[in-house]
Design a protein around this ligand. Structure first.
Ligand SMILES: O=C(O)CCC(=O)C(=O)O
Length: 267
């Protein structure tokens, strides 16, 4: 077993600096900001409700698995600002498809045990200065469940992520403790079902301040979160979630792909 794999199996995450160069990061930011600039923000209504998951009652969210849609920050009374774009940038937008279908990522996830990688979900998370919201502690397998659990998060810092602008925070080893909740779709809504009532511990979290270009790899059962950005510096990041095609994809996951846009791997 490689040292990388041993470390991932032990901790539930990897921090790989200098994965993406400045030009590659800038290209994704440019492409994402062009999408935002072409979006009628005032016409948007769906706030990405990271705390209460209120967007789970909203078709703009529920049908976004094969689309590129913008979601708002919770800024009551203030101007509307975009929280994220999701969830099929990797299949719909050339700059993201090129960035995501990198043979190095294919080799990496296979080394971590994914036999038949499929690119399931992508998001550009803006965390704009002053307004970028908190992402509460969660496991990605809550939202992207396969049997057995196979989802891996590939999170790319497109700019420096710091303690001030809301860098990722992880709970090392928490991937060994089982899945705590599932986010299930039931017709026109999705809701969270708790499987384990214990709250995440207050102690033991590790902040991951990283320079732009860093790839953070997250096991699907690893608890992670990020604080609000109250600093003057943006913290844009790209997150790509990969599952194993050999695992069974849950029919009641919120994200469902239509036959017209089947999931693809890295090729
Ligand atoms: O970018 C963040 O702050 C959180 C990202 C995240 O939770 C994820 O990609 O699963």
């Amino acid at each position: 077993m490689s040292e990388l794999r041993r470390s991932f199996d032990r901790d539930g995450f990897l921090v790989l600096r200098d994965f993406a160069g400045p030009d590659a990061c800038a290209a994704l930011i440019r492409s994402a900001e062009a999408i935002v600039a072409a979006t009628d923000i005032d016409a948007l209504e769906t706030v990405f409700d990271a705390q209460g998951q209120g967007h789970g009652r909203d078709r703009w969210f529920l049908d976004s698995g094969p689309e590129v849609r913008a979601f708002l920050e919770d800024t009551p009374g203030g101007p509307k600002r975009v929280n994220k774009l999701g969830h099929a940038l990797h299949d719909r937008v050339p700059a993201f498809s090129e960035f995501s279908r990198d043979p190095r990522l294919d080799a990496l996830v296979r080394e971590l045990g994914v036999a038949a990688p499929l690119l399931l979900q992508s998001m550009l998370i803006f965390k704009y200065p002053e307004v970028g919201g908190e992402v509460p502690a969660h496991q990605d397998a809550t939202y992207l469940y396969t049997e057995p659990v196979s989802v891996i998060g590939l999170w790319f810092a497109l700019e420096e992520a710091t303690l001030e602008n809301g860098c990722l925070e992880v709970l090392p080893g928490s991937h060994q403790g089982g899945l705590r909740s599932r986010y299930r779709r039931d017709g026109d809504r999705a809701h969270t079902e708790r499987l384990d009532p214990r709250p995440w511990p207050r102690e033991g979290w590790r902040s991951l301040p990283v320079p732009a270009g860093t790839l953070v790899v997250l096991h699907g059962l690893l608890a992670h979160r990020s604080a609000a950005n109250r600093s003057p510096a943006p913290r844009r990041a790209y997150a790509l979630h990969v599952i194993d095609g050999e695992a069974e994809y849950a029919a009641d996951n919120w994200l469902q792909r239509p036959d017209e846009l089947p999931l693809r791997g890295f090729a």
